[in-house]
Design a protein around this ligand. Structure first.
Ligand SMILES: NC(=O)c1ccc[n+]([C@@H]2O[C@H](COP(=O)([O-])OP(=O)(O)OC[C@H]3O[C@@H](n4cnc5c(N)ncnc54)[C@H](O)[C@@H]3O)[C@@H](O)[C@H]2O)c1
Length: 248
C-alpha cells in the first residue's frame, strides 16, 4: 500500500501496460482515474478495479480532452499526485512510406500527447509535490530500424522527461521515464508490413534473456516504484526495463 491516499491518472489504461499499471496503482492504495480512446475498454478496466477507479474517454492527441481528464480527476478527488502517460501507438514501415500524415499521427499521440498531459497536470502536481511517469521505450534510447516516427517520438519523450525533471526540481515534482524492451501486449501482435527487413528489426532487439518478452506486470512494477516515495531521490531517469537490450 505504498500509494495509499494518492490520486493518479493513467492514460492508455484500456489495454496492455496501461491496464496493468492502473490495476497495480489501485492495488497499492491509489484512487485511479483511467483514460483511453477505447471507451468500452475504459469501462471494462474501471469495472474490474472497482470503487478505486473511475474512467473517462480520452484522446491524448486532443488538448481539450487532456485538460478535461485532469479537471475531472481534480474535481472528483481534490488534487493530483501521480500522472502516468502510457498511451501510445506503434507504426512500422519503410521511411519512404512514412508520409506526413503517418508521421504526424505517431508524434501527436506519443510525444505531443505526453506534452499536453504534463502541461495540463503540472500546476496540480506542483501543489502536492507529485510525480510523472512517462512510458518511453528502448526505442527512446537506441534506434530501431523501420520505426522512424516511433523512435523519434520516444527519444522525444526521454528528452522531455529530462528537461522537465530539471525545470521542476525546485518545486519537488519528479518526472521519470520507463523504457521497456519487448512486452507481450496487443501492440506487438500487429502484423508488420511485408516490405521491411524484419530480421534486422529483431537483431536490433537482442535481449539478454534470450528474446523472451516481458509481461505488462513487469513494467507496472517499475512504474509503481517510480511513482512511490521509495523513488524520492529519482528524477530525470530513463529507466530501462529491457532485459539488457540497451546495455551494450
Ligand atoms: N509492448 C511493447 O513491447 C512496448 C515496448 C516499449 C514501450 N511500449 C509503450 O508502452 C505503452 C503502452 O503500450 P502497450 O504495449 O500496452 O500497447 P496497447 O496497444 O496494448 O495499449 C495502448 C493503449 O493506448 C491507447 N491509445 C492509443 N492512442 C490513444 C490516444 N490518442 N488517446 C488515448 N489512448 C490512446 C490504446 O487505445 C490502447 O488502449 C505505449 O506508449 C508503447 O509505446 C510498449
Amino acid at each position: 500500500m505504498r500509494l495509499k491516499g494518492r490520486i493518479a491518472i493513467v492514460t492508455g489504461a484500456a489495454s496492455g501496460i496501461g491496464q496493468a499499471v492502473a490495476k497495480r496503482l489501485a492495488a497499492e492504495g491509489a484512487k485511479v482515474v483511467i483514460g483511453d480512446r477505447n471507451a468500452a475498454g475504459v469501462k471494462d478496466v474501471a469495472g474490474t478495479i472497482g470503487q478505486d477507479a473511475t474512467g473517462m474517454t480520452l484522446d491524448v492527441a486532443d488538448e481539450a480532452s487532456c485538460r478535461a481528464i485532469i479537471d475531472h480527476a481534480v474535481g472528483l478527488h481534490g488534487g493530483l499526485d501521480i500522472l502516468c502517460n502510457i498511451a501510445g501507438v506503434l507504426d512500422f514501415g519503410r521511411f519512404a512510406d512514412v508520409d506526413r500524415s503517418r508521421w504526424d499521427r505517431v508524434i501527436s499521440i506519443n510525444l505531443t500527447g505526453v506534452y499536453q498531459m504534463c502541461h495540463a497536470a503540472m500546476p496540480h502536481l506542483i501543489q502536492r509535490r507529485g510525480n510523472i511517469v512517462n512510458m518511453a521505450s528502448a526505442a527512446g534510447l537506441v534506434g530501431v530500424p523501420y520505426n522512424s516516427a516511433y523512435t523519434a517520438s520516444k527519444h522525444g519523450v526521454v528528452g522531455l522527461t529530462r528537461a522537465l525533471a530539471l525545470e521542476f526540481s525546485k518545486e519537488g515534482v519528479r518526472i521519470n521515464a520507463v523504457c521497456p524492451g519487448g512486452v507481450a501486449t496487443p501492440m506487438v501482435q500487429q502484423a508488420p508490413p511485408e516490405n521491411i527487413d524484419w530480421q534486422m528489426v529483431m537483431r536490433s532487439a537482442s535481449w539478454l534473456d534470450g528474446g523472451e518478452m516481458a509481461v505488462p506486470e513487469d513494467i507496472a512494477d517499475t512504474v509503481a516504484f517510480l511513482a512511490s516515495a521509495e523513488a524520492r531521490r529519482i528524477t530525470g531517469a530513463a529507466f530501462a526495463v529491457d532485459g539488457g537490450q540497451t546495455a551494450g
